[in-house]
Design a binder for this molecule. Structure first.
Ligand code: ADP
Ligand code: ADP
Length: 227
């Protein structure tokens, strides 16, 4: 279901700009928590965006489940993405922000209502549903961003440094929350971070990238030389 297969995936942005991702080969297992690390500009976000369908693939094959998705638009992929800058709609209430993706997919109103309220319950943001994003704290906003992702019940979550704008205390709290959500929902996670503690505590496996190339794929223990 939530398996992702990347087969000789490449990304070129333009002739002079060179290649952002080179011959990326990886099978991400159903239910796995995969973490991607590497220096800025090494191709992590580009890889996530290709999986999400937000970026065209220059060559190679991308499968989600058993389906070749190279040309499938983002809304038809069984995927939700969470960014570091929340990407909430400022003029919509929390309720409407969470409901947005379901409205786009023409889900009946009463089903949307049930799904939004269930999501709000899971994330403990029920009391904020009528507020606008600017009336929330950073941690609450990031919960809403998570809510927009989980409300659609996707098999795959893509997260691009979702906690990097939060202060240290909240980061620890949200880290625990994401680990819990991953377990509870039984989904596949692909998670980009610069934070070694996040990578070690969250990842089943870690992909280390450099200059668009996979350098290493292994358990956190092996990558960080822990016994
Ligand atoms: P990371 O997420 O690891 O920081 P990115 O995937 O964002 O790296 O970028 C990989 C490479 O692709 C970088 O050299 C970056 O400059 C380039 N790149 C990213 N997005 C674009 C774009 N829209 N147009 C041209 N080059 C881009
Ligand atoms: P209408 O367009 O018919 O006025 P809305 O889109 O405003 O309906 O709301 C539809 C349903 O969504 C309502 O029945 C309500 O249960 C729910 N809803 C909307 N906004 C909120 C909110 N801020 N908090 C909780 N539930 C809400």
């Amino acid at each position: 279901m939530g398996r992702i297969l990347l087969n000789h995936i490449e990304k070129r942005y333009g002739k002079e700009k060179g290649q952002a991702v080179k011959d990326f080969n990886l099978e991400i297992l159903d239910g796995e928590f995969l973490v991607m690390v590497g220096p800025s500009g090494c191709g992590k976000s580009t890889t996530l965006r290709m999986i999400a369908g937000l970026e065209d693939i220059s060559s190679g094959e991308l499968y989600i489940g058993d389906q070749l998705v190279n040309h499938l638009p983002p809304k038809d992929r069984d995927i939700a993405m969470v960014f570091q800058n929340y990407a909430l709609y400022p003029n919509m209430s929390v309720y409407e922000n969470i409901a947005f993706g379901l409205r786009l997919r023409k889900m009946p109103k009463h089903e949307i209502d049930l799904a939004v309220k269930k999501t709000a319950r899971i994330l403990e943001i029920e009391q904020f549903l009528s507020r606008k994003p600017k009336q929330l704290s950073g941690g609450q906003r990031q919960r809403v961003a998570l809510g927009r992702a989980i409300v659609r019940n996707p098999q795959v979550f893509l997260m691009d440094e979702p906690l990097s704008n939060l202060d240290a205390k909240l980061r620890v709290q949200m880290r625990t929350e994401i680990i819990r959500l991953h377990k509870q929902l039984g989904v596949t996670m692909v998670y980009v971070t610069h934070d070694q503690v996040e990578a070690m505590t969250m990842g089943h496996r870690i992909v280390v990238m450099k200059d668009g190339i996979i350098q290493q794929v292994d358990t956190p223990q092996k990558i960080y030389n822990h016994p």
